[in-house]
Write a protein that binds this ligand. Structure first.
Ligand code: ZN
Length: 265
């Protein structure tokens, strides 16, 4: 009987030992790293947006959930640097030089994440970067409204992580809105998440968007990316619904990492 008691005791000790060391691994903080690119030498309204965006995302790091860094040096867009980050943001600029473009393409084609705002997707016949147009789902800048104005936006379905918690429509704060031709919706790999409501047409006082499809938030499903057209001047982060959209878009792109969803770590 003595032996049984002893092995029972050892059994208990063994069990406690097991409990102590077999706990699920504690969450690792910070969960992921973000690098935001911006320029201080572009249109003043776009610099203003970048400043607001940096404050907005920096505030989201409270608790050390993720690392948020920003740089006004586009030369940081090199493979050695950006491979250290799970997501890169373009707040008011885009890759210019051939090495920057090559580094960006390599990053995106190997699972990198991108969140681009407003002028980050700007391209026209002077851009000479066909890969980037494909990356955006074929969208080429066509026109914009002027002056910047609030707009009624349509949330396109609630069957996506980014849209499921949003209302069917909302009035977005003042922005300069771009229209694209062709519309990225024509690309079957593009999922349009939010678009400009035709209820706004004719939209603008000086420059007028009169008609046609006008997606403002979309993802090209061939890449881990979302583009948001918001990003002109100092009103973008003044609306709770839109802030939620921006956070949900950010969170979704991060969550799709093929290395694993950082929010489940
Ligand atoms: Zn603008």
């Amino acid at each position: 009987m003595k032996t049984t008691k002893k092995s029972f005791r050892f059994g208990i000790i063994g069990l406690l030992f097991l409990l102590a060391f077999a706990q699920p691994a504690a969450a690792q903080f910070p969960r992921f790293k973000v690098l935001a690119f911006y320029s201080t030498t572009v249109e003043e309204a776009h610099v203003q947006f970048a400043k607001d965006a940096i404050k907005f995302f920096d505030d989201l790091t409270i608790g050390n959930g993720f690392v948020f860094e920003s740089t006004a040096n586009m030369a940081d867009l090199n493979s050695e640097k950006i491979k250290q980050y799970d997501l890169i943001m373009m707040l008011n600029d885009f890759p210019h030089s051939a090495p920057q473009r090559a580094a960006f393409r390599d990053y995106m084609e190997n699972g990198g994440g991108w969140l681009g705002f407003h002028v980050a997707a700007y391209n026209d016949k002077t851009t000479h970067w066909p890969w980037f147009v494909d990356f955006l789902g074929g969208a080429v800048f066509y026109t914009n409204n002027w002056p910047p104005m609030p707009a009624k936006l349509i949330v396109e379905g609630h069957d996506h992580e980014v849209t499921k918690g949003l209302p069917d429509t909302y009035i977005a704060p003042i922005n300069e809105w771009y229209q694209w031709k062709p519309s990225p919706r024509e690309n079957e790999d593009v999922r349009v998440l939010v678009s400009l409501s035709p209820d706004n047409y004719p939209f603008g006082l000086k420059d007028i968007i009169r008609k046609g499809d006008c997606p403002v938030v979309w993802t090209n499903t061939n890449y881990r990316m979302i583009y948001l057209n918001m990003g002109h001047a100092g009103h973008i982060f003044t609306d709770a619904t839109q802030n939620k959209l921006i956070i949900d878009a950010f969170r979704w792109v991060v969550s799709q990492d093929e290395k694993g969803n950082p929010f489940e770590k």
